[in-house]
Design a protein around this ligand. Structure first.
Ligand SMILES: O=P(O)(O)OC[C@H]1O[C@](O)(COP(=O)(O)O)[C@@H](O)[C@@H]1O
Ligand SMILES: [Mn+2]
Length: 648
């Protein structure tokens, strides 16, 4: 667009000299405010309660703020009580009402403290941004209280009067709930989810609902997310995997209640086809709190095996259809000797732990039976028709990407394909050979085409399955996904999945810097931030690698993995003072947090401190604002020279 045309357009939004000038003043003052706080979470794996809690406590930042503001005057117990009120105001109010003798006093003291904390959290923002974050019902009152200093002469009485009136009018509960939400909202300016929202835990759909409502979020796709994206795109292999993993962790509710997926056809098929099979290797993994009757466990195991077999057959056929994927080493159904009950994996023969394959024709073991075909077709139909699922996945596409460059940092879930000599691995796909950044850009583009253009082409969604489990997928980063081996071979040798060369190479600072440069970032300033690999703190492993250039913060939210990691993992905070790592103890429950003021115990440690406090002008958003200022100043001079007329 011609510059003159652009300025004309801009003048419609800022029609007069004074409007354009006041916007310049506004933007320039924003540039000088401290940079907003970024919060990084990864590998949530459906653990909605723990996710919800770190969202509410902002990985320990809310409590830190309470310390900063009220630490000198409050006991540790009072601080915990105030913190749990801010996290769970409704529940906490309920409890307080049962035990407080003088409720009015409690309300007044508490409201007073909440305002102090809220004032501190809002001090980083312009009034206009704070105003936008306020709930409409209390916007005016909260604004007054935030900007009135109770110590100022003449104002003390006015200030106290407002609080008295809130309590007197029986509005205290609503007010406390509102201001607590505002504190939570203002503590974190922007949220990054570095992949794997889905699988293993019971509430990925609740997490997605929360993310959709969040004021500012981005997502870097994880291998488990792309699997669900493939399923929502109608890819049969992805659908079978998704259903299998739900059954493996007894999470039928996600499918049935969360997404309205009908599992009935699979259940009736499994009950007949695996009638005489105990399916003992397919009993669901459950946590101690899951209550599932034995009869259901039995049915779940049958369904689990039935869908696993459907998955193996579909994947076999997909690999046969895709010589370009070069995955023949993953063709295993034809390596089973169905009479001798053995399997040949990579030239080694292993004993099978299962002899019952009622749906397999040894001559064409990858062919689905008519019943299996009907089951997967019906599942596919409901996946495509599920409005809720499609809404969640569209959000994944809208806010998500293969990687993200944000304020000099490079965020991606797992890895970059590399050769062991430290160069980027060239991958040939769709007739294009590419590596490094270009590879990730192409994969992202093809993923979007696969979902949004799925009506047009056959097999076009297979790329989403490729991204789930191929050894060259940046989202996976292992040499194979040994699912069949893990179910059917007791010997653990062939279960081993090896990480790709990225994982050794990137520990070297030089490689980490090279990757940052490949993505157009300044290696001096930037960091790589990954999830995907649980950090084994128990074994002394650190999440800070490559001399501080790489941070691996697999959140360890997944309960199934906490015995390996030893903690509930890490999250990261990046505020105007620098980068801070929060390590969390496992989350107990909302009740404990409310009743006993018990938090996830989070330890904040500084990873990197900046010399000068970072301002918005130092951020990516600051660059955008500077550009806007540049054009507004051009507009001003165009007004003043008469090139463009004011619109009065
Ligand atoms: O322990 P589970 O749930 O059976 O999953 C094991 C599978 O999950 C994977 O680790 C992938 O999941 P992550 O992305 O969470 O690591 C595979 O490599 C492995 O085959
Ligand atoms: Mn992962």
């Amino acid at each position: 667009m011609e510059q003159q045309d652009y300025l004309e357009l801009l003048s419609q939004k800022f029609p007069t000299i004074s409007q354009a000038a006041s916007e310049v003043i506004n933007l320039k003052s924003i540039l000088n405010l401290p940079k907003g706080t970024e919060h990084f979470l990864t590998d949530l794996h459906g653990e909605y309660e723990a996710f919800n809690h770190v969202m509410k406590n902002a990985s320990g930042v809310v409590k830190r703020k309470i310390y900063d503001v009220l630490g000198k005057t409050l006991s540790r117990n009072d601080i915990n009580e105030l913190a749990s009120l801010i996290y769970y105001p409704e529940d906490k109010l309920h409890l307080v009402k049962e035990r407080e003798a003088n409720l009015s006093d409690w309300y007044e003291v508490t409201i007073y403290r909440l305002i102090q904390v809220c004032r501190d959290t809002s001090s980083k923002y312009t009034r206009s941004k704070v105003r936008k974050a306020l709930p409409p019902d209390f916007a005016y009152i909260i604004e007054e209280l935030l900007h009135e200093d109770e110590y100022r002469f003449n104002k003390k009485e006015y200030y106290n009067k407002i609080i008295d009136t809130i309590v007197g009018l029986d509005m205290a509960d609503d007010f406390i709930i509102s201001i607590s939400t505002v504190i939570q909202r203002l503590t974190i300016d922007h949220l990054h989810i570095i992949g794997d929202v889905y699988d293993r835990g019971p509430g990925p759909h609740f997490i997605m609902d929360t993310l959709i409502k969040h004021h500012s979020v981005d997502i870097q796709w994880g291998n488990h997310d792309i699997l669900w994206m493939g399923a929502a795109a109608g890819n049969r292999s992805c659908i079978a995997n998704v259903v299998r993993i739900c059954l493996r962790y007894a999470n039928m509710d996600i499918l049935e209640e969360g997404y309205g997926i009908n599992l009935f056809p699979l259940a009736t098929f499994a009950m007949t086809a695996y009638k005489d099979d105990e399916c003992s290797k397919f009993k669901p993994k459950m946590s101690s709190s899951d209550i599932v009757p034995d009869s259901s466990i039995d049915l779940l195991a049958k369904m689990h095996k039935a869908i696993a077999m459907i998955q193996f057959k579909l994947e076999h056929e997909l690999i046969l259809n895709h010589p370009d994927y070069d995955m023949n080493d993953r063709l295993l159904l034809d390596k089973i000797n169905y009479e001798e009950h053995t399997i040949n994996v990579g030239g080694v023969v292993y004993k099978l732990n299962d002899q019952t394959f009622p749906t397999i024709d040894p001559k064409e073991p990858w062919k689905l039976t008519e019943e299996e075909k009907s089951v997967i077709d019906k599942l596919r139909y409901t996946f495509l028709k599920s409005e809720k699922l499609q809404k969640h996945i569209r959000f994944m596409f809208a806010k998500g990407s293969m990687y993200l460059k944000y304020n000099s940092n490079l965020l991606f879930h797992a890895s970059i394909p590399m050769n062991s000599d430290g160069t980027f691995k060239k991958i040939k796909l769709n007739g294009v050979e590419c590596s490094g950044k270009y590879l990730l850009d192409n994969l992202e583009q093809w993923s979007r085409e696969a979902y949004f253009g799925r009506e047009n082409k056959d097999n076009s969604t297979d790329i989403l399955w490729y991204l789930w489990c191929h050894q060259d997928s940046p989202l996976f980063g292992k040499d194979k996904m040994a699912t069949l081996e893990r179910y059917f071979i007791d010997d653990k040798t062939p279960h081993k999945e090896h990480y790709t060369p990225y994982y050794t190479l990137v520990n070297d600072e030089k490689t980490a810097r090279m990757i940052l440069a490949e993505f157009g970032l300044d290696p001096k300033k930037g960091h790589i931030i990954n999830g995907h690999v649980p950090v084994k703190t128990r074994k002394g492993e650190s999440p800070i690698k490559a001399n501080g250039k790489l941070l691996v913060i697999d959140g360890g939210f997944a309960k199934a993995y906490q015995s390996q990691t030893g903690i509930a993992g890490y999250t990261l905070i990046y505020n105007s003072y620098g980068l801070m790592l929060a390590s969390h103890e496992p989350f107990e429950s909302v009740e404990k947090s409310v009743n006993e003021g018990m938090d996830i115990h989070s330890t904040l440690s500084v990873v990197e401190k900046v010399v000068d406090r970072k301002k918005i002008s130092d951020t990516d958003n600051g660059q955008k604002l500077k550009k806007q200022i540049y054009y507004l100043e051009m507009l001003l001079s165009a007004f003043r020279t008469g090139v463009i007329k004011e619109k009065l």
